[in-house]
Design a protein around this ligand. Structure first.
Ligand SMILES: Cc1cc2nc3c(=O)[nH]c(=O)nc-3n(C[C@H](O)[C@H](O)[C@H](O)COP(=O)(O)OP(=O)(O)OC[C@H]3O[C@@H](n4cnc5c(N)ncnc54)[C@H](O)[C@@H]3O)c2cc1C
Length: 333
């Protein structure tokens, strides 16, 4: 495998609300492992406006160098502009590997860049093997029931998006690496699409991907009234509400809350599944969770196979009891 001579790994760290998103910090771990294998370094790239705090955070999170492309013109994501900026940086830096999160942004940018550099593009990797001297990426297929191993051949540049929760963030280091601020102007002719107006839907405020605690409800909650218990528990724990597809189809909650193959891929510290059977299409979206509690009245439910703690019982009775205990603990503490 021929790599670009610099052996650098360029990692695009997406930001939201002035902070790096979780997967942006997580992907610095495989970036570091790959750079270690190649004998190179990790350069993290941020694009946005007012990036000082985010760049500082990234500078202690595993990168050897941070480039912040910081300008008011990048205050919100715009496909052509961001693609142009990254294309410029890839040309300047000549990295061997480019990584982005498998987020809507990463999924849009990575294939475009791959087309521009005539490289392959691997999507949604959960593991990378570096041992053989070439990179082998592992990606889940068919809702996670099959793991595929993929390589990019005959390209000096490898482009890959990384699944949220697949890798651990690194502990913040004592010393920060250097941060370079760049201005890259995008020529008018490179912008083919103009965003006339950006309307933020209420549903966009649902940030399941970065949630530390998710309480998810399934069809087993029975009706919209009972589903409110899921929302109450989530609120009590300072978490976010997740849902299975049937719960959404029943109209108990909006689609922005769907976890799974055709919903969001999540990786919270705590995932509480209430009345969720554990179908592959749901579980494939939450296996990155650190600790799973499942409440289901069927002791044979598949969700118990991925649970750290299983509660066999009626969620409509168990959730209020849990909330009572949590409130007591909070009152004591
Ligand atoms: C292409 C495709 C994509 C899909 N994508 C997704 C996806 O992204 N996300 C997703 O979630 N699904 C997805 N699905 C649907 C998926 O296959 C399952 O149908 C779905 O996850 C099941 O949801 P559920 O667990 O809420 O419902 P069910 O499978 O009906 O399970 C309900 C569970 O609740 C339990 N229960 C019932 N009453 C109670 C009670 N009172 N207390 C406690 N437990 C109780 C039952 O024992 C049962 O285990 C997809 C399907 C397809 C074909």
């Amino acid at each position: 495998m021929e790599y670009n001579q610099t052996k650098t790994v360029l990692a695009y760290v997406e930001t939201a609300g002035g902070k790096p998103v979780n997967v942006g910090l997580e992907l610095l771990s495989p970036a570091k492992a790959i750079a270690g294998q190649l004998g190179g370094t990790v350069t993290a790239v941020l694009i946005g406006s007012g990036l000082d705090a985010a760049a500082q955070r990234v500078a202690v999170s595993g990168a050897d160098r941070v480039i912040a492309v910081d300008s008011p013109e990048y205050s919100s994501f715009a496909m052509d502009e961001y693609t142009f900026v990254l294309q410029q940086l890839l040309q300047e830096e000549q990295p061997a590997v480019f990584l982005a999160g498998n987020t809507p942004q990463g999924k849009s940018l990575a294939p475009r860049l791959a087309a521009r550099f005539n490289s392959g593009c691997i999507s949604d990797a959960v593991t990378v093997h570096t041992e053989s001297g070439s990179l082998t990426w592992v990606t889940p297929r068919f809702g996670g029931t099959v793991l595929a191993e993929e390589c990019i051949e005959n390209s000096p540049l490898q482009i890959c998006t990384i699944r949220t929760g697949a890798f651990q963030k690194q502990e913040p280091a004592q010393n920060a690496c250097s941060i370079e601020t760049k201005k890259i102007s995008v020529p008018k002719e490179s912008v083919k699409t103009q965003i006339r107006q950006a309307v933020q839907e209420l549903s966009e405020a649902v940030n399941l991907e970065d949630a530390e605690v998710i309480v998810a409800g399934g069809r087993g909650m029975g009706n919209a009234e009972n589903f409110k218990l899921v929302e109450e528990l989530a609120e009590l724990l300072g978490g976010v509400v997740g849902a299975t597809r049937p719960a959404i189809e029943e109209g108990w909650i909006s689609r922005a809350h769907q976890v799974g193959q055709s919903g969001k891929i999540v990786a919270p510290r705590l995932y509480i599944a209430c009345g969720v059977s554990g179908a592959t299409q749901h579980v494939s979206g939450m296996t990155g969770s650190d600790f799973v509690v499942a409440i289901n009245k069927d002791e044979d439910a598949a969700i118990f196979d991925v649970a750290n703690v299983g509660i066999i019982g009626d969620a409509v009775k168990v959730i209020p009891a849990m909330m009572e205990e949590i409130r007591k603990i909070k009152a004591e503490g």
